[in-house]
Ligand binder design. Sequence first.
Ligand code: FAD
Ligand code: DHB
Length: 388
Amino acid sequence: MRCQVAIIGGGPSGLLLSQLLHRAGIDTVVLERQSRDYVLSRIRAGVLEWGTVEMLREAGVGARMDAEGFPHDGTYLACRNEGFRIDFKDLVGKQVMVYGQTEVTRDLYEARDQMDGKVIHGVEGVVIHGADTDAPHVTYTLDGTEHRLDCDWVAGCDGFHGVSRQTIPDTVLKEFKRVYPFGWLGILSETKPVSEELIYAQHSRGFALCSMRNAHLSRYYVQVPLTDKVEQWSDDAFWDELKRRIPAEAAESIETGPSIEKSIAPLRSFVAEPMKWGRLFLVGDAAHIVPPTGAKGLNLAVSDVHYLYHALVQAYQGDDHGVTHYSEQALARVWKSERFSWSMTGLLHRFPDRGDFEARMQEAELDYLQHSRVAQMSLAENYVGLPY
Ligand code: FAD
Ligand code: DHB
């Protein structure tokens, strides 16, 4: 088989890249290890930057998001059970969209089906060959049979644990990382969200977040030690802990109910440089991970896709500038989102290895944020998404 761009990974970045390239007349094959149902069962991000919203529209997959998503003009931050609002619309004239990653992925799969896009599920043993030559190819096994896919370029959209990043020699790749000494325990419940906007809560017992998917589906998180296991957390224990950490008014009015999903995610900051090696590009989680506090993971994957999509279209028009400089261009934005996610994580979590002084620093910073329009503008500018 032959295609112009071989895409490894059928998560949001692989599917979006394939959809955009297909519409521009560039043919792709997406190789995904898991089944479609499995990919769609993963509950992940919930907040889209406006740049992401516009990219999804540009890809022709914005209709359901525009009909069913919820534009949010602001968010609440809370410190010691008292909340205050950051008004994005007023501060920087922009909004975000609450629309789950699961829905984005579903819309992308449907659009790929409609255009007869080639997405192959259940592939095993993907190997990228000759990425540093002019004629790369990918081999994989499907139902026990070995296949070969020749291509001009390879897009590594295969997430943190994929093969693409590992294809780049150690002598070329430099990794920057930080692991946080806690995780997020998240639940999804068929209950009315406690607030119309998200609440990010700092508390001496640990961080908590109140989010949502729609008017009847809520997503809540609490910071937990890395040693905690999901089985240790009954629904009642979760609700009790959440209520202790959020503003008193929210705790009194929150609707509780059984969880329909419960999981613990570790927090990590990670960047791999460069994001290009020969004819192989790294995109999204394959190249970088952010702790979820700034809601940046999915949005950063989409901004990588933006740069790579335009670079490849230009390359097929005879201009190699974009593909040559993809890594620098993407990394400039990646590092700013890393900084924001790291700083929001530091601001809002309880760090077991930090003392009273740092706790006061957090409180002072939140107090500053509450009362300084300048500080709020900076947070808002980053939260709604820096320009591409
Ligand atoms: P992925 O979504 O990881 O997709 C990669 C795809 O590649 C997967 O489908 C995988 O099966 C496939 N793949 C992997 N290896 C291979 C291989 N060898 N061959 C073929 N296919 C392969 N972000 C937020 O903003 N907010 C959140 O609340 C949030 N929660 C998260 C919770 C978890 C548990 C995780 C893991 C991530 C979370 N994120 C969150 C981050 C966000 O979901 C990711 O940034 C986003 O999914 C990145 O998209 P991607 O397409 O680059 O990678
Ligand atoms: C959600 C997750 C986040 O990490 C975040 O910052 C905001 C919302 C969510 O799952 O809804």
